[in-house]
Design a protein around this ligand. Structure first.
Ligand code: ATP
Ligand code: MG
Length: 392
C-alpha cells in the first residue's frame, strides 16, 4: 500500500491522501473497488514504463496501448466519488419517446451534500435512479468509485445497490410489521457479513446515531413521520454506503419536522457521509453544500460553491436576497393571476411555474407558504383547495 498522509481523523472516519488523491473512509473501512483500482493503476504504471522500451515490436506496442486505454476507463476520475458523463435517458411510452434526461454532466465528491431542485417532470428522480443503479441510461456513462456502472447487468447492479448505495424516499418505505430495529437490520441480512449479534449492535448504533435508540422496539405505526424518516436514514447507512440518495426526503413532512430531518442529514454529512438529494423544497438547498437546478432533463445552474463555508456576511446577503426574491415572487404571482383574468380555478403548480426557478429556489420560505400569506392578508381573494387556487 502506498504511503498515506492522514488529513483528518474522527471517530467515524479517516480522511487521508496518498499519491492517488484524497479518500475519506467511513468508519475506517476502505472500499474494495478503491483497492482494486489502486492495483490496476500500479499495473498501468508498469505498462507505461514498458512502452518506453525501444525493443518492443509494433504489435506489442499496440497491444499494451490498447490495454492501458481500457484500464483508464476503470480508474476514470477516481478523485471524484461519482462522475456522470453526458447522461441521456429516454422512456418509450407506446410509440412516443419521452426524453427525461438530455445530456447531464455531474461530479460528486466524498463529503458532498448535493441538492438538485427543479419542477415536476424535469428528470430529477430519473437522474437519481440512474446514479443509484435502479435503472440504466440510454446513453452516457456513470462512474461510481471509478467503476463504470452504466453497462452493468441486473445482478451486478443489484450488488452495487446493496453494497454501495443507501436510499431514502419520500414515504419512508418501512416494513409495517417490523420494529425500527428490525427495519434497520434488513439490509444487514442481505449482505450477510455480520453475526446475528453483530447485526443487532450495528442497527442499535445506527438508531442512536439518528437519536432513536429508545424507540427501537416500536413499529412504524407507533412512530411519527419524522421518526419514521429517521429510521429510514439509519437503514440507508446499514451497509456503509458510498453515497445516500434522498428523493424528496422532506416531501411528506411538515416544515418543522422537515428542518429536523435536514439538521440530522447535515450532521451526518459533517461526519463524512455523502448525499445527493432532489426536492421541491427550497429548505433542502439551505443545508446542501452544492445546489443544482434541473429543467427539461438538463442541469442548468449551480448555486453554492462546494467546500466554501459561508461567512456571516455572505449569509446575511443571502437572506437579504431571499427577502428580495420573496417580493419579486409576490409580484410575479400577481402578474400571472392578472393575465389569467376570467379563470376562477388555477393550478398552484401553474402559478409556481410562472416564477423563474432561481427565484423559487431562493425564497426565505416555501412557495406555498407565500401563496397562503397573500391569501391570509387578503391580497388575493380566494382559497386553496387541494392543488388549486379558487378565486372568489
Ligand atoms: N417509467 C417511465 N416511463 C415513461 N416515462 C417516464 C417514466 N418515468 C418518468 N417518466 C417521464 O420522464 C420525465 C421525468 O420524470 P421524473 O420522474 O424524473 O421527474 P421529476 O423531476 O422527478 O418529477 P417530480 O418532481 O414530479 O418527482 C417526465 O416527463 C415523466 O413523465
Ligand atoms: Mg421525482
Amino acid at each position: 500500500m502506498s504511503e498515506r498522509r492522514i488529513i483528518k481523523k474522527t471517530e467515524e472516519m479517516d480522511e487521508y491522501e496518498n499519491e492517488t488523491g484524497k479518500l475519506a473512509i467511513w468508519k475506517g473501512k476502505e472500499s474494495k473497488e478503491f483497492r482494486k483500482w489502486q492495483i490496476k493503476k500500479q499495473k498501468n504504471t508498469l505498462k507505461q514504463q514498458k512502452l518506453e522500451s525501444l525493443t518492443l515490436s509494433r504489435e506489442e506496442r499496440k497491444k499494451i496501448k490498447f490495454e492501458i486505454k481500457q484500464e483508464k476507463e476503470v480508474g476514470k476520475d477516481y478523485e471524484h466519488l461519482i462522475v456522470v458523463e453526458n447522461l441521456h435517458k429516454t422512456y418509450l411510452l407506446g410509440t412516443t419517446a419521452v426524453a427525461a434526461l438530455r445530456g447531464v454532466d455531474l461530479a460528486i465528491d466524498k463529503g458532498n451534500f448535493i441538492d438538485i431542485m427543479g419542477p415536476s417532470g424535469s428528470g430529477k428522480t430519473t437522474l437519481l435512479n440512474l446514479v443509484g443503479g435502479l435503472d440504466t441510461p440510454t446513453r452516457g456513462k456513470i462512474f461510481l468509485e471509478g467503476r463504470n456502472i452504466s453497462m452493468l447487468n441486473d445482478n451486478n447492479l443489484a450488488e452495487i445497490r446493496r453494497e454501495r448505495i443507501g436510499f431514502v424516499f419520500q414515504f419512508y418505505n418501512l416494513l409495517p410489521q417490523m420494529t425500527a430495529l428490525e427495519n434497520v437490520m434488513v439490509p444487514l441480512h442481505f449482505s450477510g457479513k455480520l453475526s446475528k449479534r453483530g447485526k443487532r449492535k450495528k442497527a442499535m448504533d445506527l438508531l442512536s446515531l439518528v437519536g432513536l435508540d429508545e424507540r427501537s422496539h416500536h413499529t412504524p405505526s407507533e412512530l411519527s413521520g419524522g421518526e419514521q424518516q429517521r429510521v429510514a436514514i439509519a437503514r440507508a447507512f446499514a451497509n456503509d454506503p458510498a453515497i445516500v440518495i434522498l428523493d424528496e426526503p422532506t416531501g411528506d413532512l411538515d416544515s418543522k419536522t422537515g428542518i429536523m430531518i435536514l439538521n440530522l442529514i447535515r450532521d451526518l454529512n459533517k461526519k463524512g457521509a455523502t448525499f445527493i438529494s432532489v426536492s421541491h423544497d427550497a429548505a433542502v438547498s439551505e443545508f446542501a453544500t452544492k445546489v443544482y437546478h434541473m429543467r427539461d432533463g438538463k442541469l442548468t445552474h449551480e448555486g453554492k460553491i462546494g467546500g466554501l463555508k459561508e461567512t456571516d456576511i455572505m449569509q446575511l446577503r443571502r437572506k437579504q436576497d431571499a427577502e428580495i426574491n420573496k417580493e419579486k415572487c409576490k409580484s410575479l404571482i400577481f402578474k400571472f393571476l392578472y393575465t389569467n383574468q376570467g379563470k376562477t380555478n388555477i393550478k398552484v403548480s401553474d402559478i409556481k411555474n410562472s416564477v423563474p426557478i432561481p427565484i423559487v429556489s431562493n425564497l426565505p420560505e416555501h412557495f406555498n407558504d407565500i401563496l397562503d400569506e397573500l391569501i391570509e392578508e387578503n391580497n388575493i381573494k380566494g382559497q386553496i383547495s387541494g392543488e388549486e387556487l379558487i378565486l372568489d
